[in-house]
Design a protein. Sequence first.
Length: 648
Amino acid sequence: MRTTLKRGVGRGAASNGNGHTVLPPDALSAVSRYRQPQPPPRRRSALVGRILLWTLLVLVMAGGGLLGGAYLFFHESVAATRARSKDVKAAQRQLDSLPSPHHATIALLLGYDHRAGEEGDLPSRSDTLMLLRADPQTESVSMLSFPRDLLTEISCPGRAPVLDRINAAYAECGSVGTLETVKKLTGLPVNYLITVNFRGFKQIVNRLGGVWVDVDRRYYNRNTGTAATNYANINLMPGYQRVTGGAALDFVRYRHTDSDLYRLARQQMFVRALKEQLNHKLKPGLSLVHTLPSLVGAITNNVEVGVGGGGHYSGNTVLSYANFLYSLPAGHFFQSRIANVTGMNELQAPTSSIEQAVQDFLNPDVQVGRKATNVALGRKPKVPVLQPGDTTVTVLNGSGAVGAASNASYLLGQKGYDIVLPPSGKPANAPTWDYFRTKIYYERAKPGARVAARKLANLFGSADVGWIPPAIAPLSNGAAIVAVVGQTFHNTLGAAPVDRTPKASPALVQNAEDATREDVLAAAGKLPFRVEIPTKVAQGSVRDSELPARTYAIAPGHKAVRLVFRTGLSEYWGIEQTDWTAAPVLGDRSFRHVLDGRPFDLYYNGDHLHMIVLREHAATYWVVNTLLDSISNETMIAIARGLRPLAE
């Protein structure tokens, strides 16, 4: 058996990563990417559906706000959404080629506002920009939105760059300008471009039957008489409810009394609500064609999809995206936000904040909710979390590529892993060289090894995880993990997920029983279930002065009450109580914990606890965070634990 350590490549790579190996010039670049060989044809059809961005595109957006609608292409309807306008065809030529199977794909969703009537001759505006990333390796979807008034360098082809609001790129030079501006701002490749005209928003949402949304507060504006304003009309009550086209558009476009940051949060929340409803509505194995046929016309008239590298998609591909979205694990839907945004009419953000948002977008930590819960509850994880320095790794060559094991050892050593060589006299080669995908094997008797193996697998991009098999065990030399690098390894590693685990903090609450008793008593007489009273609320909270409590029919045969609290100038959070135990939003819980003998379901947005739900008395009691999730996890849990039946 040959050894790769005698071929002149990788020979100097010391086990601790401090040697001088021969690598491609950009091998250690944090943003380098690789292309793997095509897999055998018999596997391709199954793989394609898991790696292209879910062009089912349940998430589409429009001017002034998110055009969030589920849409379905199938057979001839798919062709109708392909790039057809001069604008999208021009931008399509600037898209990056689709990545190899098993790799993440990024789409830019561009919602534009082209109005009819007197304003029909004015330039269209892109009022919504969002990047979506689907990663089959981590089974996750990430969103990154850009405030339309964010100042950045506008990149129009053939023109000198100018500093302007990001939405000016579309008005000045169409989709291609927006695409190039976003790519330059983020440094990211973009594989798909989806443009949506907001005029189709009402059709899409209505043909879906509306979307269930948690409205955080009272939204009202009426342009009549002396009270007329420059803002659009809106009339929404607080509480979880199904909103149809017009009301949904009003909600996602709203920024009358707050800012673009809250509007982006409403847009992302609408996207999540759409995903929850689809999961609730669509059953495994049920044809989307028969479930949502009326969507096709609205979509094909208002949506265009550009595909990088001259690629295209089919009806079967779309159905596979639907399956990807449907089977997405709870807590694997991430919302990245640009922090430290300042300004009013023109917004600015430090370069470091944009870079951090991009890293969060690229490297979501799918374990962050579990870690955040442990921190909030003051619990130590049952399985120890091994850091790279505590993780011993033996690397073997499973592809036959010269220097593969040495180069991988070097790169892992650079990331802090403790590299262990095979037993004395044995080359760093797997028993066979037919490994296509990299395999990460772990010692199942070693506490924490399984979690560490999954973290390490993410670095290789395309890697399987399993127990160390008998044929590999003699080569491990006692290491907790054995990495057998396959043909998918091309001398580069990806970035590790950003650890966003929050620091422990005390629950900031204040007594609230006296302040809320009147509202709860008034609701109790109208509801067929046992109402609970909050004994604790977030510190600094006050009852909303406009509509502090609303009792209403939430769904046929079910009632609810929504208590609304305000904290700060534009932050609203609430407590929803209802006997509707099968609401779509309740189907995507991250974890369940029994606290004080009562069952609580936890729902996370990344590391933020967005909602915690108590289930008892044949009812559900929800504590819902603000749009920006500004209430700490500890405080959210303390509020929920403070709920007590009114009779007590």
